[in-house]
Write a protein that binds this ligand. Structure first.
Ligand code: SAM
Length: 328
């Protein structure tokens, strides 16, 4: 049921239902929506009614006809044109994660990722397939970025980070989080350190003059030196790797970090008693299909950060993600 609910939401999103209703100043009938989107009326009417059931749309009856409009949630997250759209992330789920879920049973049986079966590749590098074409790379980078338009400001303001002016976002993808960072901390500059392919792709998309405080450096964080900084951000990067690999990366960052500097980890944090949150449990299952990482508890993060040398660890929980700050 859950999977099908997602597909209903994604279908409406992909067809442009929520964009049409966001632009429209009035409620629209199913016949008008179907005509403007070029779909069958019978199919669209059923889709709209299911979206009402899912509380993504609202319906009012007039002259024995249903008229449809967006809910606030749809205006905010489901219209592709909304600045806080989650469309790219949903597309990644629909194209990659849900088809891949047929291998979940093997992942559970074997206790290891399934990328070799999923993509018929010899390598065990989770990013080899993800970045194997420009289209896949852009799809993944945009999908990752969606979360930060929604949760970025909340997490980056969990602590006063204004004392850190030279920031490096390690595995920072297309820079969506860096954009939120410079808008909150006007004196800061952010270097995004990510694989050369990702950096090339991000530079092509990166545009405006206000973003001159964001720069990109291509490299492999296991092989190459990381740029010098006061603050290192690791957002949803540790969850891709097993504990030993995380410790190796954190130790490297600790050595590069200026004294008095810090590391900010942004991840979904699992409750100490492992009863939730649900979203973290789901992400952990998704991760299991594609790599050797996992979502972690606060104690697990503390142990990793301490082992690398970081001290004075503070943490704050937000919606979906937590912010953890360690100091050198
Ligand atoms: N931090 C971004 C975010 O939260 O949206 C992206 C998170 S994504 C799950 C993990 C990131 O780590 C990707 O951008 C990926 O390209 C990067 N990455 C993976 N392996 C890497 C490596 N060896 N060196 C540098 N970056 C790497």
């Amino acid at each position: 049921m859950f999977l099908f609910c997602f597909q209903i939401m994604f279908t409406a999103c992909e067809l442009g239902v929520f964009d049409l209703l966001l632009e429209s100043k009035e409620l629209l009938s199913s016949a008008v929506i179907a005509e403007r989107l070029g779909t069958s009326h019978i199919g669209l009417q059923r889709l709209l009614e299911a979206c009402v059931g899912l509380k993504l749309l609202r319906m009012e009856r007039k002259d024995n006809e249903g008229l449809f409009g967006n809910t606030d949630l749809a205006n905010l997250c489901l219209a592709k044109s909304s600045p806080r759209t989650q469309y790219n992330f949903m597309k990644l789920l629909s194209d990659i994660f849900y088809p891949g879920s047929q291998y979940l049973i093997d992942a559970v049986r074997e206790g290891k990722n399934q990328i070799q079966s999923l993509y018929a590749i010899a390598s065990n590098d989770p990013f080899e397939y993800v970045y194997s074409t420009e289209e896949r790379l852009q799809r993944f980078s945009s999908a990752m970025g969606d979360a930060w338009s929604l949760h970025g400001q909340e997490l980056l303001s969990a602590f006063d980070l204004s004392c850190f002016q030279v920031v490096c976002d390690v595995g920072g993808g297309n820079g969506a989080l860096a954009k939120e960072y410079i808008s909150l901390y006007p004196k800061a500059t952010v270097t995004i350190f990510d694989l050369p392919k990702v950096v090339e792709g991000a530079k092509k998309k990166s545009v405006s003059s206000e973003e001159c405080r964001i720069s990109f450096q291509g490299g492999d964080f296991f092989k190459d030196p990381v740029p010098e900084a006061d603050l290192y951000i690791l957002a949803r990067t540790l969850h891709d790797w097993d504990d030993d690999t995380c410790e190796q990366l954190l130790t490297k960052i600790y050595k590069a970090c200026k004294p008095g500097g810090g590391v900010l980890v942004l991840e979904t944090v699992i409750n100490e008693d492992r009863t939730g949150p649900f979203v973290g449990q789901i992400y952990s299952m998704m991760i299991m299909l594609f790599c050797d990482g996992k979502e972690r508890t606060q104690s697990e993060f503390n142990a990793l950060l301490n082992a690398a040398g970081f001290k004075e660890i503070q943490s704050k929980k937000g919606n979906n993600y937590g912010a953890i700050l360690g100091r050198k």
